[in-house]
Design a protein around this ligand. Structure first.
Ligand SMILES: CC(=O)SCCNC(=O)CCNC(=O)[C@H](O)C(C)(C)COP(=O)(O)OP(=O)(O)OC[C@H]1O[C@@H](n2cnc3c(N)ncnc32)[C@H](O)[C@@H]1OP(=O)(O)O
Length: 196
């Protein structure tokens, strides 16, 4: 894939430049893939790992997210506006796996980049909204999408990458290089009413 021009009105417009995914070195990850797969070689010719596109509104991206949590009824306009905001603010690396045979998004994970003053004006990554379509689970796609965005965080210069998860997923994330740091592994939330 070469350098491409992204047209604002084009349905195939990417959220971020896809060429960065070519640079990721899966040998750097402690994750064990059997058989070996990576973002550029996901193991099947009908599968592709790429940045979110505007067209993914019609490829079941939001339906996939609703397997993770409530999404609400998001219109095409709302989706487009959020896509534009994410793209112009920068730091949103929503990454998906598509089954090209049926033009459906079957996996997704987001890396968000937080700008910092600390650590010499460093950047920190956060792993968010990881989900694989239920009929595709247990085939390494969860590992594939999480390792992709984790290596992306390193490539973008993050000094660390963090996530929140349910207890039952601790082993999954540990196998991918995440650690519960002693004395420093509490996630706390303040919940607000969801906007209508
Ligand atoms: C930061 C966050 O976003 S946390 C939220 C994570 N997302 C969810 O919980 C949404 C619902 N769940 C899912 O979409 C999927 O189950 C995922 C994304 C967690 C895993 O996707 P999969 O494609 O099934 O993962 P994959 O096939 O790569 O499995 C990797 C390993 O983790 C294990 N694993 C996967 N899911 C789970 C689970 N729910 N509980 C325990 N172990 C699990 C698998 O057994 C496998 O182990 P192995 O390599 O020893 O065989």
């Amino acid at each position: 894939m070469g350098m491409e021009k992204y047209n604002e009105d084009d349905n195939s417009e990417y959220l971020y430049g896809p060429e960065i995914l070519q640079k990721l070195d899966f040998n750097k990850s402690p994750a064990k893939f059997n058989p070996p797969i990576s973002a550029t070689k996901p193991g099947e010719d009908w599968m592709v790992v790429r940045p979110l596109q505007r067209a993914d509104y019609n490829k079941g991206f939001l339906q996939l997210l609703s397997q993770l949590t409530s999404t609400g009824n998001i219109s095409r306009k709302q989706f487009d506006e959020r896509f534009t905001q994410m793209k112009s603010s920068g730091g949103y690396y929503v990454t998906v796996i598509e089954d090209k045979r049926i033009s459906k998004i079957i996996g997704a994970a987001t890396l968000t980049i937080e700008q910092k003053f600390i650590h010499n004006c460093s950047v920190r990554g956060r792993l968010e909204d990881v989900v694989v379509n239920d009929t595709y689970r247990g085939k390494q796609l969860g590992k594939l999408i999480v390792v992709t965005v984790s290596l992306l965080a390193e490539e973008l210069g993050c000094y660390k990458m963090s996530l929140d998860c349910k207890d039952k997923l601790i082993k999954f994330y540990e196998s991918l290089g995440y650690k519960l740091e002693p004395g420093n592994s509490n996630a706390m939330n303040m919940r607000f009413e969801e906007p209508s």
